[in-house]
Design a protein around this ligand. Sequence first.
Ligand code: F6P
Length: 489
Amino acid sequence: MTQLRGDQVIVVSNREPYIHEHGKDGRIVVKRPASGLVTAVEPVMRACSGTWIAHGSGDADREVVDANDRVAVPPGQDDYQLRRLWLTAEEEQGYYFGFANEGLWPLCHVAHVRPVFRESDWEAYKAVNQRFADAVVAEARSEDPIVLVQDYHFALLPAMVREKLPNATILTFWHIPWPNPESFGICPWRREILQGMLGSTILGFHTRFHCKNFIETVDRFLEARIEHEHSTISFREDETLVEAYPISIEWPADATIASWPSVPEARRIVRERLGLQPDTTLAVGIDRFDYTKGILERLNAVERLLEKHAEWIGRFVFVQVAAPTRSSLEEYKNFQERVERLTLRINERFGRPGYQPVHLLAQHHDSHAVNELLRAADMCIVTSLHDGMNLVSKEFVAARDDEQGVLILSRFAGAAREMTEALIVNPYHVEETADALHRAATMPAAEQRARMASLRATVREFNVFRWAGRMLTDAGRWRLKARVDARVA
Ligand code: F6P
């Protein structure tokens, strides 16, 4: 990343890019977590090096770090340093499961799950933000490093770092939606959260719409000066640029594509593995097992398709990969049970010997397995009820160098703003989504090609390096301006 020109880069996120775990035979295995954040930020770190600070969550993580809790990653390539920070079970419970995932996650997604705000979770959230902020400060080799703060786990950290490193360039990217002021206003600590975030030099969201919501929220709850023209907020000593940076994926290199099984090969492998007929029309969904992803809604649509178009019974199969996530939380347990029950119902209604319409694969799948499924599929269904961006939609089109396959995409995913050649649906509308499934299953190859070629051109161009590059270019301008201002003062 040329924009960095030797500046020190420190990334902070809760989720680590590589998790070391004990495999079944006791040997240590490395896992890439199912995380949009990791998918996007990891290639950027490989390109610019530096240090990534994250929670060490794997059961073998401590066994591979050095005396300073560091390990060089990616394993064998050693492009950058992963510095692991250890949280106690209580810290993780209060900060991660509690405030971040029972409070902020439903608050920002507005997916009809009531946020839970506990005083004890808030205390843990503050304390963990401080611990990570201290780690950033300890890591800094100069007074003005570039700090890339990732996501809703660290709303307070920007101001904490700013206090110790006033000249740092702090780029905070909020990977999830930002709701309107009325919705956000129910958070008991709304002011503290906004003040924390405004310690950032640049605050990024996926869409203009989320930036607008954020600016309106600040306007409602803080005494700040807002320059709508420049999209900046001045609060106390700090000025923050609030900008939209649509996140993306790393476009696969030619050598990577050459290593993939051919599409006919992937179609054969996957259909054989699942016990499907060679000509089965296959739809796939790849998600974390999360209630924001609209998995129930898409199952309802599959059921409706089979009701409306009996000709698909026996010929249409939907495979849902649902990577386990936050499973200790009540809302997640309930949701997962509801998905399992609905899957069973559809399979009982429409299944018959040798035919199971829905396959629910509730396990982590590595990137190779995901890619194979995406290449084998006739369509990919993304029906998030609300999603900052959704990178699976982009991974699907990147996987389809044959320019075939149809993307069905929720209008409530940030990706719908860029990926307009997908079949865009309202996942709450079962009939509309079922019709989209039918349309995808019957779409002529030429139309698939036209849509897919255009989607691929968009994602190839607006890839993750464009995302990071735009943010870093803005940061570079800001750093220059700060230096000039300091000289004039
Ligand atoms: O969407 C927000 C996010 O942090 C993503 O980056 C990622 O896909 C997901 O949540 C991961 O969740 P977790 O780290 O809790 O498994």
